[in-house]
Ligand binder design. Sequence first.
Ligand SMILES: [Zn+2]
Ligand SMILES: [Zn+2]
Length: 387
Amino acid sequence: RHEERAAHLELVAATLEPEAAADFLTSFTIVERILARGEGLIKLGFHGGVPCLIHLVAPEAFAAARFYYTASAGHLAQCQKLAREQGLEIAEGGVIIMPDGSRFWPASEAEIYDLLHLPYMPPELRNGTGEIEAALSGRLPDLIEADDMRGDLHVHSNYSDGGWSLSEIAAAAREKGWEYIAVCDHSPLLAMAGGLSREKLVARNQEIRRLNQEGGVTLLAGAEVDIRADGSLDYPDDCLAELDIVIASMHTGFQQDRTRLMERLAKAMRHPHVHIIGHPLGRMLDQRAGFDLDPAEVIRLAAETGTALEINTSPHRLDLPDIYAKMAKDEGVCLAINNDAHERSELEHLEYGIGLARRAWLEPSQVLNCLPLAKLRQQLQQKRSRA
Ligand SMILES: [Zn+2]
Ligand SMILES: [Zn+2]
């Protein structure tokens, strides 16, 4: 379900020989301890990482068990209630007790939802947060998929702290089947991250224009401009006006109080050249909580100013988190799913961002970088002409 944290892993394995399977699964050297072993169940502890619970079930019980053990408690309880209303019971392990008392193992998860007269629900929706009600009234979202992405709007090149050149970035985007990729290097305030001086930015933009003449994937000349402590931006306006796209981010001032932070962010969002707020909450999972912001107010301001909010896909960030991404969607705010990649391999973080976006019920129409290039340019221009 793409939860951002997990206290343990829970797997379902289909086997005709549960004892032999349990022997096999406990024999790996990465297994530090067998925490539990019972009929059809083993719990393993590893050197580092979270424990893993493995249910060993007969092949015909696999789909039911997968549904039963991987749904959230809330989703399962609601499904069980719906089942009871139809004279059915979803019992331990997902087996369905029919009205005549016979036991029935559905062949697929879709068949379980069918029995409940519900459409199939992807795992990311199974959180007990209104999906059953939405399904019953035909309002389930048509969830975004990785193939819907037309590009990435936030990567760093070796002009700042990235480890890859502009042509390598273009080649990677082409390999992904994307139409465009925005190079958003840091601004001077972030000297330790190689923030670009104005001169260096101009030189980089020239190289981008030159590479674009070769055709293929379009490189967008962008910046991840720092929002200074007073809310002003770290490049002058005429410099920002020359860029295709501007992400504004806060990387400093974590000690500022909420009032000052909100003023700072509001000022940046009202700026006509700011298209996206990067990693809006500034949190790092397991490291820091982020800025003392009021997320609902950030979202309201984004809606008011026509500024998009980023879903930063880095597994260390996942920022915006899913609940706020959903709130943003509900407020009509556009989201941008960005890898903030400093090297090629970080483009693979997209999977986490898509998972998060699906948990937030996002559809392609609500995501900036699902737009084809011409439409994207139009949308970026709209923000600039609002002022
Ligand atoms: Zn950043
Ligand atoms: Zn960045």
